[in-house]
Design a protein around this ligand. Structure first.
Ligand SMILES: Nc1nc2c(ncn2[C@@H]2O[C@H](COP(=O)(O)OP(=O)(O)OP(=O)(O)O)[C@@H](O)[C@H]2O)c(=O)[nH]1
Ligand SMILES: [Mg+2]
Length: 294
């Protein structure tokens, strides 16, 4: 099959080639061009394409947007930054400059996640239902689910979007003391995943009274963690006072999972940046504003 492309001349010395989506089509066209002697360079190095390094950074980040929602925020950044740099040129008052820098800096974590998913880690004792929850969220059997405790031995990830925000879920090995060296390595990986998480979900099996592993996890979970009680479709055997502190779900029936996802979204993105604010999307953003005043 042949590939039809649309070629437009956008200026006397530039052309745009529009082809089908997907890496394969793009790679084939670039290969064909390279075969006839065209030099192919990454967009970030094609200085002649961009008005400034800021423009180049904005465009290259736009290519890494994982969702339409994040792309829509990134697509405006080149213009917002050009406006902000001009504003800084006009702004002689150092206090005003400083407070504007702080206003922008407050969005650093949010801006990073426009090109990198938020990391959500599912942890809990073996058999709590972590892999089952992962599979309900994924909508297919991403992780192996089994009645044998200690089934998951490694960190299993799945990337998706919640309300257009990119999220990477990590299913982990169940937390327990073990002499099995293989399982032990899995548990160490769980601890590393928890340490690197943006948000931790501590999952507890409500169909059995809390075990020593549950108690330990309950104490050690980070303050920001969500405490979720699973297997709400079974007879509940958790003490009433503890039950008030968990949100109940059933990974088997799916009950409570949409609510859990909505809570997750509210935790990960509690607020949106004010319209018109340039976002600190590149580590070098402060240097962009080091401009002499007029
Ligand atoms: N009734 C019921 N059973 C569940 C639920 N969630 C999981 N299970 C069952 O509990 C068992 C363990 O589920 P997994 O999802 O493998 O548990 P896990 O936490 O990943 O376990 P490890 O990988 O061993 O740490 C399986 O038999 C599941 O079918 C639930 O909401 N309700
Ligand atoms: Mg598992």
């Amino acid at each position: 099959m042949s590939e039809d492309v649309v070629v437009c001349r956008t200026s006397p010395d530039s052309l745009e080639i529009h082809c089908h989506g997907g890496n394969v089509a793009v790679d084939r066209i670039l290969e064909s061009l390279a075969a006839i002697g065209v030099e192919v360079v990454p967009a970030s190095q094609a200085e002649w394409l961009w008005n400034s390094p800021v423009d180049a950074a904005c465009q290259s980040l736009l290519q890494r947007a994982a969702t339409q929602r994040t792309a829509l925020l990134l697509v405006d950044q080149a213009e917002l930054w050009a406006r902000e740099i001009e504003r800084f040129r006009q702004q002689a008052d150092p206090n005003r400059r400083q407070s504007r820098l702080a206003e922008i800096a407050a969005w650093e974590s949010f801006a990073r996640h426009l090109t990198e998913p938020w990391n959500v880690v599912l942890c809990g004792r073996p058999n709590a239902g972590k892999s089952s929850l992962m599979n309900v969220i994924a909508g297919f059997a991403r992780s192996i689910v089994h009645a044998v405790a200690g089934t998951t031995r490694d960190v299993v990830t799945y990337e998706t979007a919640i309300d257009g925000w990119p999220v990477r879920f990590s299913d982990t090995a169940g937390l327990r003391e073990t002499a099995d060296p293989l399982e032990c390595q899995g548990v160490q990986r769980t601890h590393s995943a928890i340490a690197a998480a943006d948000l931790v979900i501590g999952l507890f099996d409500l169909s059995e009274p809390p075990t020593p592993e549950d108690e330990q996890l309950w104490r050690e979970l980070p303050r920001s963690a969500l405490r979720i009680g699973n297997k709400s479709d079974l007879e509940i055997r958790w003490p009433a006072d503890r039950l008030n502190e968990v949100e109940r779900i059933s990974a088997r029936t799916g009950e409570g999972v949409p609510n859990l996802l909505a809570r997750l979204r509210d935790r990960l993105v509690p607020a949106l940046p004010p319209p018109g604010l340039p976002l600190p999307i590149d580590p070098a953003w402060r240097t962009w504003l080091e401009v002499p005043t007029r």
